[in-house]
Design a protein around this ligand. Structure first.
Ligand code: SF4
Ligand code: SF4
Length: 378
């Protein structure tokens, strides 16, 4: 298998509505992906509010023979489903995707918060039964917690065949994400790794001029994204790197450099280390835009969107200048959305965040940066 997977998490849309998928663009992307010899697709129950699984059916399953592609889906353990809900969710997933089986099936977002979903609910047995029934071909987990917890889990559950981890060059040594340590735990247990968030939700594509220059001086032809994806694919025990491609241009670029894949060399590794140092000085909030938090906010604050604006604002010197301020105003004018200062610090979002971000505290900074009051922005 070529080491690039198509993540159906950030699909092209026709409008702000996350279920309004641009099928003309998506079908073209899927066709080129397949033509170039890539065939791994990854979706999830809640991606695009359920429309991602449907998009798998419409753009892939209904247009290509089942045996020509590999399909991964995930049971949403972070939503803490009850035992009796597991089977209906699984059946709904098969139906939405229009398939009889999944090649890879993951227990989604295993972390301290979702622990009840596999301690109090017997979800491991449920997934093993699906394996025995032939409804899934391989069982695995997507994981967001410490290396120690992963070590314990893989010891207790040797039936886990593979692990999906957040790995990228910025998070490799990050204390919260523990990418290197988690990867090494997988090596210890002899489990292949699938990489998610190789470009950290787009952060490693939109680098500052200083970081950009370092990479462009070395190779003016290579895209900035290619460094991040090749970095992950260069790890020996990585079997797949998922890229959540949003338009044709990204797909064209990713499939081109991954078709002629060259591992990162020593000089490139040194450049990446320098870029990480630059980034550490610049990234303010380590949000990956996974969206796990937003459905739980009683004030309907679009947390990842506001963090994205805030991070960009911090990159943009002098702090305070404001294309982002304009975006913030536009956001705030929408019906039914909450702005940063409306956070009531209930903490519901914090429990869901795989990056363990102190979201209410960061939102105070966002409010300070963009708001004077509910009605008067700077
Ligand atoms: S802490 Fe704030 S942002 Fe988080 S869920 Fe509660 S109100 Fe929303
Ligand atoms: S704040 Fe956390 S949970 Fe919310 S989108 Fe960002 S990384 Fe994901």
């Amino acid at each position: 298998m070529k080491k690039l997977g198509f993540g159906f998490m950030r699909l092209p849309q026709n409008s702000e509505d996350v279920t309004d998928i641009n099928y003309e663009e998506l079908n073209r992307m899927v066709d080129t992906f397949m033509e170039r010899g890539f065939n791994y697709f990854d979706t999830g129950y809640h991606y695009h509010a359920g429309a991602s699984e449907e998009a798998i059916r419409k753009s892939l399953v209904e247009r290509y023979p089942r045996e020509s592609f590999i399909l991964a889906d995930k049971i949403p353990l972070y939503a803490l489903p009850k035992q009796e809900e597991l089977e209906p969710i699984f059946q709904e997933q098969l139906e939405r995707c229009g398939v009889e089986y999944f090649d890879y099936y993951l227990m989604h977002n295993i972390c301290k918060f979702s622990e009840k979903a596999f301690t109090e609910v017997d979800s491991f047995t449920f997934v093993k039964e699906k394996l025995e029934e032939g409804k899934i071909r391989h069982m695995g987990i997507s994981y967001h917690d410490t290396a120690q917890m992963l070590d314990d889990l893989l010891t207790q559950h040797p039936e886990i065949e593979f692990v999906q981890l957040q790995i990228n060059y910025y998070d490799w040594e990050n204390d919260s994400v523990q990418a290197r340590k988690c990867y090494q735990v997988c090596q210890k247990h002899d489990k292949p790794v699938i990489v998610m968030e190789p470009v950290k939700g787009g952060t490693l594509v939109n680098l500052s001029d200083e970081a950009d220059k370092l990479m462009k001086e070395y190779d003016s032809e290579a895209s900035i994204a290619s460094w991040a994806i090749r970095y992950c694919a260069s790890l020996d025990d990585v079997m797949m790197v998922l890229s959540g491609m949003t338009d044709y241009q990204q797909l064209d670029d990713n499939t081109t450099f991954m078709d002629n894949f060259k591992p990162i060399n020593d000089t490139e590794e040194e450049i990446i280390e320098q870029v990480v140092e630059i980034l550490k000085r610049q990234i303010t909030v380590d949000c990956t835009k996974c969206n796990y938090c937003i459905d739980y906010c009683p004030k309907n604050i679009n947390i990842p969107k506001l963090f994205d604006l805030y991070n960009t604002e911090m990159f943009t010197k002098p702090v305070g200048f404001s294309a982002q301020g304009q975006y913030y105003r536009t956001y705030a004018k929408q019906e039914g959305v909450g702005i940063a200062s409306e956070c009531i610090e209930c903490g519901a979002c914090k429990e869901k965040c795989p990056q363990h971000l102190n979201i209410p505290e960061y939102l105070k900074e966002v409010a300070k940066t963009f708001e004077i009051s509910r009605y008067g922005f700077k």
